[in-house]
Design a protein around this ligand. Structure first.
Ligand SMILES: Nc1nc2c(c(=O)[nH]1)N[C@@H](CN(C=O)c1ccc(C(=O)N[C@@H](CCC(=O)O)C(=O)O)cc1)CN2
Length: 284
């Protein structure tokens, strides 16, 4: 893949934003290989994502930031620029279900997920052998139902030790405390096994079965302290019928969970997701 810089911008809408950013890049002979914009007329905010050929910019990222800052400040931008050659560090968190973990590990192993998986953390040791097969670190951090805080403290310590920027809850089944959610805001991605906002919380397939739904789904979202209510990155559904037992719904749902989590994570790793309030703009 051609090395690129990924420039993402959010700012109050105004005339000339695209022109000023494009003029800045042209001034330094920057070659734009992908450009996406969105003006949210309801909120009055503007969102941009540019990919720029890394070797077309005559200086490093720190110098780029110094040069771009005056424009960013003049337009009250929230912005970031990353280099596609630097693999994002990812930690996966699981409990007992392995279908999402197995899918992510396989995609990572065959190069579909361009990231560094630093480790897998679990409150159970069921999946240790599967993780070790890939030569990855596995940390079993048990949960004491009477006092969960030591578990969360150890999880936070491991995230910081590995310097992971992204944490993926791949059917990890513990509710993270507000402290953890705030500390890693915008960095924790969850796969919820329903089409949110329907069926929040535990056992959504059982809730759906009792409701008699004709569609089941999965939702990839950022984690906030409010359970299964964070900004949605991606969703999908599958048809079911009265003939399906809840076990069949779970089986059919797993395919949706796997594809939605992989797609949402890939977009996040490519800086294609911008969070604004409790929503996302996804430049897929
Ligand atoms: N703060 C948040 N934590 C978590 C979120 C979230 O959105 N915000 N998503 C969940 C994942 N999840 C559904 O997708 C989910 C996981 C666990 C539970 C739950 O009730 N867990 C029980 C313990 C269950 C057990 O010990 O087996 C609990 O934590 O008390 C509901 C929904 C991940 N965390």
């Amino acid at each position: 893949m051609e090395p690129v810089y990924r420039l993402t911008i959010s700012c109050p809408d105004a005339v000339g934003i695209v022109a000023k950013v494009s003029q800045f890049l042209a001034q330094y002979n920057g070659t734009i290989t992908e450009a996406n914009h969105h003006a949210d007329l309801n909120s009055g905010w503007f969102f941009m994502r540019n990919e720029i050929k890394a070797d077309s910019i005559p200086f490093d990222l720190n110098t780029f930031c110094d040069a771009f800052n005056p424009i960013a400040q003049s337009l009250n931008m929230k912005w970031q620029i990353t280099d596609s050659r630097i693999k994002p560090k990812v930690i996966l968190m699981v409990s007992k279900q392995n279908h999402c973990l197995a899918d992510l590990l396989n995609r990572w192993h065959n190069g579909e997920l361009d990231c560094e998986i630093c480790a897998v953390i679990s409150n159970h040791n069921d999946l240790e052998e599967q993780v070790n097969w890939y030569g990855l670190h596995f940390h079993h951090v048990p949960v004491d139902p009477k006092n969960k805080q030591p578990h969360f403290d150890e999880v936070s310590k491991l995230i910081d030790q590995y310097q992971a920027q992204t944490i993926v809850l791949a059917r990890y089944m513990q509710i993270l405390p507000e402290t953890v959610c705030k500390k890693y805001e915008g960095q924790i991605i969850n796969i919820h096994h329903s089409f949110l906002p329907s069926f929040v919380g535990a056992k959504p397939y059982h809730q759906a079965y009792e409701r008699g739904v004709k569609l089941i789904g999965a939702t990839c979202h950022y984690v906030t302290e409010q359970l299964d209510a964070g900004p949605i990155i991606d969703q999908d559904v599958a048809r079911i019928s009265h003939r399906d037992t809840v076990e069949e719904m779970v089986r059919l749902g797993k395919d949706v969970e796997r594809s939605v989590l992989a797609r949402g994570l890939r977009w996040h790793l490519q800086d294609r997701v911008i969070v604004h309030g409790n929503k996302t703009i996804v430049f897929s």
